[in-house]
Write a protein that binds this ligand. Structure first.
Ligand code: GMT
Length: 378
């Protein structure tokens, strides 16, 4: 198959999922063309059968807000014409699914299939905004195949947009073998936890929805009872505010801001506990990546996260904002090495359910189904 992947190139979850899916498809012999405004960070290394096409953006004094979606549409049209793609796979509804629809109609190629994957905030945050509602609903209804990353997100999309068509749940995946391989890189726990302290970690895009200040408050409570360190990975609008909070709570010596990291598994391998107290999480890829490295998760019982983390088995989930309960659960694990080890093992085992080898057949079957529907309508 020849597949076009339309995604954001940044460290956000949807870009990671699109990149890993593209890599796994290429590994299985398919040709994958990425279209984005920059090279997605997981695709910086050369791979035969992976091609990256950057969107050209014209600037012109009249265009106060250059229309990215039109530049994207134009690029998709060019790539499909040049390489004869079978499928355009749009990750994130806004504006990718809409640009894919438009490209298909500009090309006048009814057999070109548009697949849209919903990731979360495109539905839960943008979808709730009236200024996008009709466009998102239209783009979902007009796609030839639609997937969402959890049962929760399938249900929420059907209800919120009053959608009657099928939305297939295909879970995000990890490469368990890769994340569990013995690690011999430069990240050493001793770099941060010099006296053998436990290490807590959080990784996100530091948007308000992630509630990074809750992470710091949880850490502060744990720190009151045992020496430990906190590693914060990522960048985003809440970073400055978080730094200020760390200063106010006098935690500067115990909290490390690591910024964006390309190989998150290297940091995870140094960590004992992953904290994800988000307001909303349609899946929680960061939690799955942590579990795959044997790091249990303490988080919020919201969205699709309970489909990944099993409360009391490989982590603990509490209502959003319950930082004291989250801190108590963290202490329970960190103070009891036998329990922590058991949670670590079960986290790894749970992550296997989402292994690339299990999920990729679902993707290939879905693509084939969408292509077969084309054959039927011919
Ligand atoms: O919230 C983020 O981290 C970014 C966002 C994205 O689309 O890049 O993440 C969403 O998609 C991820 C991949 O499918 C999911 O794992 C995240 O749970 C989801 N984020 C939210 O729902 C807030």
């Amino acid at each position: 198959m020849k597949i076009g992947m339309i995604c954001y190139p940044t460290h956000g979850g949807s870009g990671v999922v699109a990149s890993e899916l593209g890599l796994a498809l290429a590994q299985r012999g398919h040709e994958v063309h990425f279209v984005s405004y920059a090279i997605p960070f997981r695709l910086r290394e050369f791979h035969p059968r992976i091609f990256v096409h950057e969107v050209d953006m014209a600037t012109y004094p009249l265009l106060k807000h250059p229309p990215y979606e039109l530049g994207l549409t134009n690029k998709i049209v060019n790539v499909v014409s040049e390489y004869g793609l079978d499928i355009i796979h749009a990750h994130y509804a806004v504006p990718h699914a809409t640009s894919a629809y438009l490209a298909k109609h500009i090309l006048n190629l009814p057999n070109l299939r548009v697949v849209t994957t919903l990731h979360g905030t495109d539905i839960t945050l943008l979808g709730a905004d009236k200024s996008f509602f009709s466009v998102i609903k239209f783009s979902i209804e007009q796609s030839d195949g639609v997937t969402a990353v959890s049962d929760y997100l399938v249900q929420r999309t059907l209800e919120e947009f009053n959608i009657k068509r099928e939305i297939r749940r295909i879970y995000n995946f990890i490469d368990a073998e890769k994340s569990q391989a013995p690690y011999d890189g430069p990240c050493r726990k001793e770099l941060y936890a010099t006296k053998g302290e436990k290490v807590l970690m959080h990784a996100s895009n530091f948007r308000p929805v992630k509630r990074v200040s809750d992470v710091v408050r949880i850490f502060a409570r744990v720190r009151e009872q045992m020496p430990c360190k906190l590693l914060l990975v990522g960048e985003g609008p809440e970073r400055l505010f978080t730094q200020q909070l760390v200063k106010e709570l006098k935690l500067r010596d115990d909290v490390f801001f690591l910024g964006e990291v390309d190989h998150i598994e290297q940091i995870l391998q140094c960590s004992d506990l992953f904290i994800l107290p988000s307001e909303q999480e349609s899946f929680g890829l960061a939690a799955l990546e942590a579990m795959s490295c044997g790091v249990p998760v303490i988080g919020a019982r919201i969205g699709g996260l309970p489909e990944v983390v099993v409360h009391g088995e490989n982590g603990f989930l509490f209502p959003v904002g319950e930082t004291s309960e989250m801190a108590e659960a963290a202490l329970q694990l960190l103070k009891d090495d036998t329990k922590l080890q058991a949670f670590r093992q079960r986290a790894r085992a749970r992550a296997q359910v989402f292994d690339v080898e299990r999920i990729m057949p679902e993707w290939e079957a879905f693509y084939n189904e969408v292509l077969e529907r084309r054959a039927i309508s011919l």
